[in-house]
Design a protein around this ligand. Sequence first.
Ligand SMILES: Cc1cc2nc3c(=O)[nH]c(=O)nc-3n(C[C@H](O)[C@H](O)[C@H](O)COP(=O)(O)O)c2cc1C
Length: 190
Amino acid sequence: MSEVQDVLNSRRTVYKFTKQEVEQDKINQALLAASNAPCHKHTHPWKFFIMGNLVRQELIPTITKLANEKSQKNKSPDLAKDVQRAVDKIILPPVIIAVASKKTPSDDFREKEDYAASVCALQNLVLSFWDNGIGSQWTTGAITRHEETYSALGIDSNKWEIIGFVKSGYPAAIPKISKLSVDEISVYLD
Ligand SMILES: Cc1cc2nc3c(=O)[nH]c(=O)nc-3n(C[C@H](O)[C@H](O)[C@H](O)COP(=O)(O)O)c2cc1C
């Protein structure tokens, strides 16, 4: 198996990272891989926001509010712990990259194709990191959809859709999961 095949097949979502810093050169390589993703009509519909400490801090009030609301709704026994866990999720990852895809409200098909292209770019980013020994977790949730997040990134939610936060770092653990077999996912037609 070539190294590329191995990168494609061995990648797993990583949930826990070590404190080791991710080198700028590796972030640059990942962004370059992202920018080489396919896009129909050369729309290059993606934008990557590398989130530093300041912008992460800016999101904490919203994250706290959302975590409080969720815990109250679920009648959680330990509100403070839930909030701390939610805050840690945004503070602790060595790298967080918010990925946004261009919207085209006047053309549903274009917007769908651009979303598909942005997903390809996101996956190129993740695979480039993985090739360098860096794991990633693609996350979506109330915070990635919140207006405050758009405001913190400095983008207009009418023009851009945040398709996820990619949290990356050197893996503290790599989960094992099972996938469908090739036979289960493929149909050969005569
Ligand atoms: C669109 C999308 C959204 C995702 N959102 C989350 C998320 O919010 N939280 C999370 O832990 N994982 C999220 N994931 C990662 C999946 O849970 C993960 O890919 C899945 O468990 C399969 O594991 P694997 O990536 O190791 O193959 C998301 C993946 C995709 C494609």
